[in-house]
Design a protein around this ligand. Structure first.
Ligand SMILES: Cc1cc2nc3c(=O)[nH]c(=O)nc-3n(C[C@H](O)[C@H](O)[C@H](O)COP(=O)(O)OP(=O)(O)OC[C@H]3O[C@@H](n4cnc5c(N)ncnc54)[C@H](O)[C@@H]3O)c2cc1C
Length: 445
């Protein structure tokens, strides 16, 4: 064995570094090493913004100093195998590292649908790789017509960034609406209106049957029979957990294809934890496996595993699921269950709505309308979900909802919750949307 460390983390993106930093925070003397494949690490959620806002891959990097300043070693190499009996990990360059505790944070890989022509030149997936995305940025300089396959949040964010470059952009989405897996139809419609206003052509209820061209992509053939001119295709149809190492090491894999973990983020091996996109997720509402994979979830799990390597202290209460996005100046956020997912899970619920300006008076510069929709479970009267459409404060308003859901606040508690307000920063306390939406729901409970 070349060396042995107290905590070995495999993966250096969102989850891995946070696990290592948490492990360091609670033990100043432990030897902690992060092994990751890439020399430079991208901010994963920032990837779409490379292409319209940042215009440079190198402006979207996580600095190594975060780890190095805390005396955490970084090894750039690929882990090839885990020997659980020996408690060692083999790296591709031949090194063998022993561990007391191992944290798997090997993330996910882009899903590649089996569409004929997917391997043509100028067809890109969303790979978290500096050189690959640099090539995408180069090719974008030379193209005009772009087709985005998938109208989920990744496809929508890329489409909006491509619009900022003045390109002709079409989103092809198999479902009736863009963002349909995240939001209810009323919010999807608001998003689609904004996308259309910004010049994105939407082809929903439609699928890409074939990507055509000689060597390079030239057009895309749809299920409807139509063909669209395309110089470049961006495929954004989701991710697959990267569990190869864990599988080969005999660790249990869950129903949603992640590495099975218990509430302490421990795998079926006492000394191995798994966090982030590679780990199985369990719903806060049902305890059942869920397919949600987000950086906010990954880093939270990393904070749980990072302390639990020294003894099982932190528990995972399950995934509530929250994320926000932006299209032009329209912010959209979701926390917990939508009407659709609540119905699918058999919840009996009422909906409260409120719309008001996000500053006060509404004549304040930059004021936007903000819409908040809340779902309350009928028996317990507790909040189980919320959606927000507004301006730049949308994400933080959505984060308030996540906390309310986690604390299982009742409609009465939400209607009377204590908050601060300011004319330039928040909605008026008279029409504060979260409170008003809860009051609206109370009249129906
Ligand atoms: C375009 C895009 C936009 C997104 N936007 C958001 C957003 O706004 N909000 C949000 O919450 N989430 C967002 N996400 C999701 C988020 O990026 C992921 O949930 C997050 O990256 C998961 O982090 P992770 O560390 O678990 O995995 P990954 O980011 O996939 O990282 C995996 C790491 O493991 C390493 N690795 C893998 N295998 C090995 C091996 N064998 N040996 C050594 N190292 C290995 C890799 O090199 C990498 O460092 C977005 C995703 C994409 C693609």
């Amino acid at each position: 064995m070349d060396k042995k460390v107290d905590v070995l983390v495999l993966g250096g993106s969102a989850a891995g570094p946070v696990a290592a930093l948490t492990a360091r925070r609670y033990n100043k003397d432990a030897s902690i090493t992060v092994v990751r494949r890439e020399k430079e690490v991208l901010v994963p959620c920032g990837i779409p913004y490379i292409f319209g806002t940042l215009k440079d891959v190198k402006k979207n990097l996580i600095p190594d100093g975060l780890l190095l300043n805390k005396n955490i070693e970084i090894i750039v190499d690929e882990a090839k195998a885990i020997n659980r009996d020996e408690k060692t990990v083999f790296l591709s360059k031949g090194e063998k590292i022993g561990y007391k505790k191992l944290i798997l944070a090997t993330g996910s890989l882009p899903a590649t649908p089996p569409i004929p022509g997917i391997n043509l030149k100028n067809v890109f997936v969303v790979r978290k790789d500096v050189a690959y995305l640099g090539e995408l940025l180069n090719v974008l300089e030379k193209v005009k017509d772009v087709v985005v396959i998938g109208g989920g949040f990744i496809g929508v964010e890329f489409a909006d960034e491509f619009i900022k470059r003045g390109l002709n952009v079409t989103i092809v989405e198999i479902l009736p609406h863009c963002l349909q897996l995240a939001y209810d139809e009323d919010f999807c419609t608001i998003a689609e209106k904004k996308l259309t206003e910004r010049g994105v052509k939407l082809m929903t209820n439609n699928k890409v049957e074939e990507i055509q061209g000689n060597e390079k992509v030239e057009k895309v053939k749809l299920g409807s029979g139509e063909t669209i001119k395309a110089d470049l295709v961006l495929v954004g149809v989701g991710v697959v957990p990267n569990t190869e190492l864990a599988k080969n090491a005999g660790l249990k894999i869950g129903e949603q294809r992640g590495i099975w973990v218990d509430e302490y983020m421990k795998t079926t091996d006492e000394d191995i934890f798994a966090v982030g996109d590679c780990a199985e997720k369990f719903s806060f509402f049902t305890g059942k496996p869920t397919a949600l994979r987000l950086a906010s979830i990954a880093t939270r799990e990393a904070r749980i595993a990072g302390i639990n390597v020294y003894g099982l202290k932190r528990k995972n209460v399950g995934v509530i699921g929250s994320f926000s996005t932006i299209i032009g100046d329209l912010g959209l956020g979701v926390a917990g269950l939508t009407e659709k997912s609540a119905k699918d899970l058999g919840f009996n619920f009422v909906v409260g709505m409120a719309v008001a300006p996000d500053k006060h008076p509404a004549t304040m510069p930059g004021c936007k309308e903000m819409r908040v929709k809340l779902l309350f479970e009928k028996n317990s009267k507790t909040i189980i979900g919320g959606q927000v459409a507004g301006g730049l404060t949308t994400a933080e308003v959505t984060n308030i909802l996540v906390s309310m859901i986690e604390r299982k606040m009742t409609a009465e508690e939400v209607a009377t919750f204590q908050f601060g307000s300011h004319p330039a920063l928040t909605c008026s306390p008279i029409t504060y949307q979260i409170v008003e939406a809860a009051e609206d729901a109370l009249t129906k409970l």
